[in-house]
Design a protein around this ligand. Structure first.
Ligand SMILES: [Zn+2]
Length: 188
């Protein structure tokens, strides 16, 4: 059934897949799936065959596992949800080493969910470590919301914040992060 959906273009990627999740409102004890899991391996093989990205949730303390995953599947685009809650320096180093690693900034760029926030702006100015990462890896960073029906009422405020962040970047950089990267990955 997944094969048919991929072949017909009804599905253009996998995710969000919970590999190493410490906490979520719907999973307070966390969720742990080994990268050695048969289902995970099959999914990555399928992503490679059909050339579609996989968005994963993997918390920062498991970055060594992430590196193995990226090495094992160099031709699969991996999108790290909520940037793995990593500090920008650590994420930047991982992105330098692994050209298949992409990242989306939901929750970390969101002051309305303080538990996960690691905001790029202080007093209306961009923190240099985030700016460096956004500029240097503009081709592989995407905005995201992590909203479904749940929390969707926050969307206008979040999007206003994203506009403020992107407005402090060079226009071409901002356009990539805002929508061009998404189009390249998902709109065929
Ligand atoms: Zn997640």
């Amino acid at each position: 059934m997944i094969k048919t959906a991929l072949e017909t273009g009804k599905v253009v990627g996998f995710g969000e897949i919970y590999l190493r999740l410490g906490f979520a409102p719907f999973a307070r004890e966390g969720i742990h799936t080994s990268i050695e899991d048969k289902g995970v391996k099959a999914m990555f093989n399928m992503a490679n065959t059909y050339k579609v990205p996989v968005q994963i949730h993997l918390d920062a303390e498991y970055s060594s596992e992430l590196e193995i995953l990226l090495q094992n599947h160099p031709n699969v685009t991996v999108i790290l949800a909520h940037c793995g809650y990593m500090q920008p320096e650590k994420l930047g180093a991982l992105m330098d080493r692994h050209p298949n690693l992409h990242a989306e900034v939901s929750l970390v760029f969101n002051s309305m969910i303080p538990r996960f926030a690691n905001l790029p702006l202080v007093d209306g100015r961009m923190r240099p470590n985030w700016k460096d990462l956004l500029v240097r890896h503009a081709d592989r960073i995407l905005v995201g919301t992590d909203y479904s029906g749940f929390r969707a009422d926050q969307a206008p405020k979040l999007l206003a914040y994203y506009r403020q962040v992107l407005g402090l970047l060079p226009r071409k950089t901002a356009e990539k992060i805002a929508y061009r990267n998404f189009d390249r990955l998902f709109v065929k």
